[in-house]
Design a protein around this ligand. Structure first.
Ligand code: SF4
Length: 364
């Protein structure tokens, strides 16, 4: 009986999706490469943000071959502003591996595809169900919410057990003839109707069999424990100018972050975290001494900006500096650039927040 009910709900969901699916650019191109790009971009990022990036990316790199032959820097430049840069690095590495290990064909086998850098359970299921018709359910935040309400699952959705329960349930009902559309419909329902705060149950194709609606628990499900507050770090950055800090036409020093790790491969200004009790003015001098082997003089504070990453926040203190003593020594790729050349280098989003002040400083 439950199975029959579920099948009726799946049909109802399919009809709803046919009528209400948004016209999104990645729904027009269904080959594995394009689906893969869209799913990676959509992880942790809003649909409206992704749309222009997706279009531009496929213009620059229309095929996997083109992506694999691009430099990491070109790839990061195309990704600049989307955040979560490890996604971009993994995608670029995966594209190169597909070229070398799979003779340029994206593997349609779950285990092989899953073995590529950055391809987790979610990406593999989404790409192979939509791009190849494999009956693999996807479980993202929207789907978790919908199924927990629909089926009355009260496990904390921060726990892996919740995902497992939901996946098991979906595995039993995903239609073999259209798994990709089913997955998309579930995600779309979460995005448009089964909203986090106030679900629009009157418009929902699952309303006749929804546990939460029937039992008045739409405000209680899904169960989600509180997130621990994220730490905030104070970080001092040095914009070192070459011409003794004189305004106008000066070049500034930038360096590339190591490829592995947070924001790997992006460019940055020297600096680092303030130690407990250390003032940013002191931290910027110490960091330049330790990192570059030079003494600098901080001429003044250029900007203060805040930026949030997924697990911490930063409060940046940016100083205009000049070299006082020593020659810069570093093993990392680095460059002295004019202000109008900065745009050729991919920088983290936090840095873009003070670029307007930087431009103003150098152009006035
Ligand atoms: S009926 Fe309401 S709570 Fe249940 S799945 Fe639909 S929108 Fe969500």
């Amino acid at each position: 009986m439950t199975h029959v009910l579920s099948q009726a709900a799946v049909s109802s969901l399919g009809r709803w999706f046919a009528r209400h699916a948004r016209d999104l650019p990645w729904r027009r191109r269904r080959d594995l490469y394009a689906v893969w790009i869209s799913e990676v971009m959509l992880q942790q990022t809003r649909v409206e943000t992704v749309i222009p990036y997706y279009r531009d990316f496929l213009r620059r790199f229309p095929t996997l071959k083109r992506l694999a032959s691009a430099s990491l820097q070109d790839m990061l430049k195309a990704w600049e502003g989307l955040g979560y840069y490890s996604r971009a690095r993994n995608l670029w590495q995966a594209a190169r591996l597909v070229q070398t290990e799979f003779r340029g064909r994206i593997p349609a086998d779950f285990s092989e595809f899953r073995s590529l850098p950055g391809v987790g359970e979610y990406i593999a299921a989404a790409v192979l169900s939509i791009g190849r018709g494999l009956a693999l359910p996807v479980v993202d935040g929207n789907v978790l919410r919908v199924v927990c309400r629909w089926q009355g699952i009260a496990t904390d959705i921060r726990l892996a057990a919740a995902k497992k329960n939901v996946r098991q349930f979906l595995q039993g009902i995903i239609p073999a003839d259209s798994p990709g559309r089913f997955n998309e419909a579930m995600m779309e329902l979460g995005a448009l109707v089964c909203l986090p705060r106030v679900p629009l149950c009157g418009q929902c194709p699952l309303r006749r069999c929804c546990f939460a609606l029937r039992h008045g628990k739409t405000g209680l499900l899904p169960v989600k424990s509180r997130k621990r507050p994220v730490p905030e770090y104070h970080v001092a950055l040095a914009v070192i100018t070459r011409e003794s800090g004189e305004k106008g036409g000066g070049r500034i020093f930038i360096q590339q972050r190591p490829e592995l790790g947070h924001l790997g491969g992006l460019w940055e200004f020297p600096g680092g975290k303030c130690r407990p009790g250390e003032k940013p003015e002191a931290a910027v001098g110490r960091e330049c001494r330790e990192e570059l082997g030079v003494e600098i003089a901080a001429l003044g504070r250029l900007a203060e900006v805040r930026h949030a990453y997924s697990h911490f926040k930063v409060h940046l203190h940016v100083f205009i500096c000049r070299l006082r003593r020593g020659r810069i020594r570093t093993d990392r790729p680095h460059a002295w650039v004019r202000i109008d050349e900065l745009q050729q280098y991919p920088f983290p989003g936090a840095n873009h927040k003070f670029f307007p002040q930087l431009k103003e400083y150098f152009n006035t």
